[in-house]
Design a protein around this ligand. Sequence first.
Ligand code: SF4
Length: 288
Amino acid sequence: MAGHKFHWNDWCPGCGNFGILSAEQQAITELGITKNTVIVGGIGCSGKLSQYTRIPVSGVHTLHGRAIPFAVGIKLANPSLEVIVNGGDGDLLGIGAGHFVSVGRRNVDIVVILHNNGVYGLTKGQAAPTLFRGMKTKSLPRPNINDAINPVTLALASGYTFVARAYAYDVPHLKEIIKQAIKHKGLAFVDILQPCPTYNDINTKEWYDKRVYKMQDMDPVVKSESEMQEKLKKAIDKSYEWGERIPIGIFYKNELVPTYEERIKTSAPSYYDNYPAEQKIEYEKKLT
Ligand code: SF4
């Protein structure tokens, strides 16, 4: 339409979501999987990422809290696709918490990316599940009376086989973490510290810049069944570090647990046999 101006993005200036969008696009492009990728968004500022990508991936903007089941359905319909969920802490850990936990039991080979900002930004900054008790952001009339969910601990306890944390303003590091999550065989989770400058005036860029550090002391990769418990316990212990120092990087990576798709192939081969040959070939390549 003549004279129409297309506003491709309505995130606030300085929002951490821009760093996530940039890193995710770079990761997908560098891995050469653009045509094969589906980004699934829930409801919230984060959910719009599926529409704001400027690379030719497929995108689905779904219902509040339901991005994970949509993503699982897409993956099971075509296991050769790379499926990435983008959601906020309100979307994934509030209304969507049941899906967040139960997908861990299945180890479906998808990536779940959390835009962790502690507030419901789209609806004017109410307290969201990762905001600590006692915190009073500028959008709250009184301090938050609810305790916070620790997303890394919850993902580890739920059975995610790749668990990492990154920071929205360290785009090169975030990009590498997202690439690792996509390449991982199994269910991957990335908790991204994402400042919301409009409604969260406590966990700001300045606040995180002083605290965030890259983990050097972790050996997160599980190499044998016998070290699974020990590595998981170490990762859970590390996930509680928060305050003056906040670790980012990979907490846990375990490719010894069979994926849901592998379980289907073993226990219901007739279902797997129904996949088109091309999809099977692509998926088998990933398994080897
Ligand atoms: Fe970003 Fe917060 Fe604005 Fe939403 S409200 S776009 S999270 S800065």
